[in-house]
Write a protein of this length. Structure first.
Length: 143
């Protein structure tokens, strides 16, 4: 019975971790906006949540890449590393919308918008967890 009560909190806590990691990546992109050759990174939130919940398989190769079972798009590509050093298949490079002469792929306006959007969603997740915790505490105390 307790597992059923905490199932929603478990989902939200995993979402909070993924949002925090995405916020860290966006902040890194913003910090490196003037670094020549820097390639911006982002997380596919849907795939990351599927992986966190044990439902996903990370980046799926396209049909023409099915012979490559490592999840990389080309055999010579290196796997992306997460902060912990493990291979994170939900981490990808951002799509370059405005080509820069120095090879930097970070679009500052898009990154700022993503940062604010992710911050609002992070705060909403925190409020949901807080509200659910209060509701459970009130039920336990009989109020």
């Amino acid at each position: 019975m307790f597992a059923q009560l905490t199932q929603g909190l478990d989902f939200q806590s995993k979402a909070l971790v993924v949002r925090a990691e995405r916020q860290r990546l966006i902040a890194s992109n913003i910090a490196n906006v003037d670094t020549p050759g820097f390639k911006g990174h982002d997380i596919d939130f849907k795939a990351a949540m599927a992986d966190a919940l044990g439902e996903g398989r990370g980046i799926r190769p396209t049909p023409t890449e099915t012979a490559n079972t490592s999840g990389k798009t080309h055999a010579a590509h290196l796997p992306l590393q997460s902060r912990t050093g493990s291979t994170d298949t939900t981490l990808a490079y951002t799509v370059q919308s405005q080509p820069a002469m120095d090879g930097n792929s970070v679009d500052l306006d898009r990154e700022r918008a993503s940062f604010v959007d992710n911050a609002v969603r992070y705060e909403a997740t925190l409020r949901f967890i807080n509200g659910t915790s209060r509701t459970m505490l009130s039920a336990i105390q009989g109020q």
